[in-house]
Design a protein around this ligand. Sequence first.
Ligand code: IPE
Ligand code: IPE
Ligand code: MG
Length: 237
Amino acid sequence: MNLNQDTPRHIAIIMDGNGRWAKMRGKQRSEGHAAGMEALRATIRNAAEAGVKYLTVYAFSTENWGRPQEEVDALMELICKGVEMESDNLREGGIRVCVMGRKQLFSPKVLKAIESIEEKTREGEQMTLILALDYSSRSEITEAVRQIARKVQSGELTLEQIDQQLISDSLLTAGVPDPDLVIRTSGEYRLSNFLLWQASYAELYFSEVLWPDFDKAELQKALEAYALRERRYGLVK
Ligand code: IPE
Ligand code: IPE
Ligand code: MG
C-alpha cells in the first residue's frame, strides 16, 4: 500500500455485519463475531502498514448489552481470547492498544484482559489501536458535560473558559486527533452513537461488504476514495 500525504492519520471503523455474515452461512451469530475478529486482525496490520497512526474500532456499543445474553457472553469471551492471543503480536508490531468506554459492567476477567493488553503494548509507537468497548458517544458527551459543570461549580473554571478544545479534552478521546475517515461496513448508513463530536468533519465511507469480508482490498478502496475527497471545512477552495 502506498504511504502518501493523503493517507488518513486516524481511521475509525464501525465493524458491522457479523450477524448477517453468519446467518447467510447457516451459522450462529457468535461464529460471525469470530470471523469478524479475523477481519480485525488483518485490518490492524493493513492499516499500520498503510501508515495510519490511529485506528479506532467500534467493537461493542453500550446499546449492545441489550442483545441476547448468549451473544453478549460470546462477545466477552472473544474479547478475552483475542486479547490473550494477540497481545504479543501487537506489541511486536509496535501497536499500542487503548480501550475506550465505560468499564463498570465488564466482568473481572474482561477487565483484567483489558488492563493486561494496555499495559503490555503501552510502548507501541507505530499505531494506536483504540478499542471502543461499552462505548456510547452520547454517554461520553454527557459525562464530559458533568465533569465541566462540576469544575464550574467548584470555581475551578469560569463559563468563559468553556470552549471546543476543553470539550474535546474532556472526552474519552482526549489527546487523540479527530478521525479523518469513518468507515461503516454492511451497507448501513448511520453512525449508531459513534464519535458524534469527533467525527464533525470526518469523511464518511460506506462499504457494502459485511465486516468479516472486509480485507486488504476493501481497505485499499476506502483509502483510495479518501484520497480523492476534497476536505473543505466549510471554506471555499
Ligand atoms: C457488528 O456486527 C458487531 C457488533 C455489533 C458487536 P452485528 O452483530 O451488528 O451484525 P449484524 O448487523 O447483525 O449483521
Ligand atoms: C454498531 O453496530 C455497533 C458496533 C459495530 C459495535 P450495531 O449493529 O449495534 O448498530 P445498529 O443497531 O445497526 O444501529
Ligand atoms: Mg449490526
